[in-house]
Design a protein around this ligand. Sequence first.
Ligand SMILES: [Zn+2]
Length: 199
Amino acid sequence: MRNLSALRPEILGISVERLSQLSNASWTSGADFKRAFYRAALTSQVGLCAYCMNQVGEEFRNRPDIEHFADKSKYGQWTFEILNLSLACKYCNQTRKGKYDVVVTLARNYGQCSFALIHPYLDDVEKHLKGGYPALQTKPTIPQPLTLKGARTIRLFKLDSIFALSIWTRVYDDLEAKRNMDESERLQYEKAKDELGGY
Ligand SMILES: [Zn+2]
């Protein structure tokens, strides 16, 4: 898990009026919002699940869910709260997290609530976990908890499994290989990709 930057409404291309219309709406009525969020978040999360950092998206035949940190069936007021949303793989969202109630202290303002798990936008992951895969250019290791929140997050998403480490190592090696390509190789690679087009 690593810190993510929250998406601003202007990046989504959703107007303030539309957002306020959605503030009391049900999840099924926000198809335009969901499409825009999905597209923008896939880019900003560089195609990685917010929790286990597995590769997601059509390219990997692994379509992620738009995950509600605070469950929308219990906290309907945050169904379209951007800070409450991220993309997560189906394993993290459905199998592991399910309806787990993350809210410890409820406040009117989302940012003033306290949560039981590490929040992908509001917490600093490195304050709660030692190691893991906190930044894309950091070599991944098995994470150790530094706080109770860290321990809960590791346990819930099984972040200390060998499988999680193997996912991060693959992502890290892939990025490292791209970084190590010198400029001419990179240009050749880009050219080859262009020539192949949609094939
Ligand atoms: Zn995941």
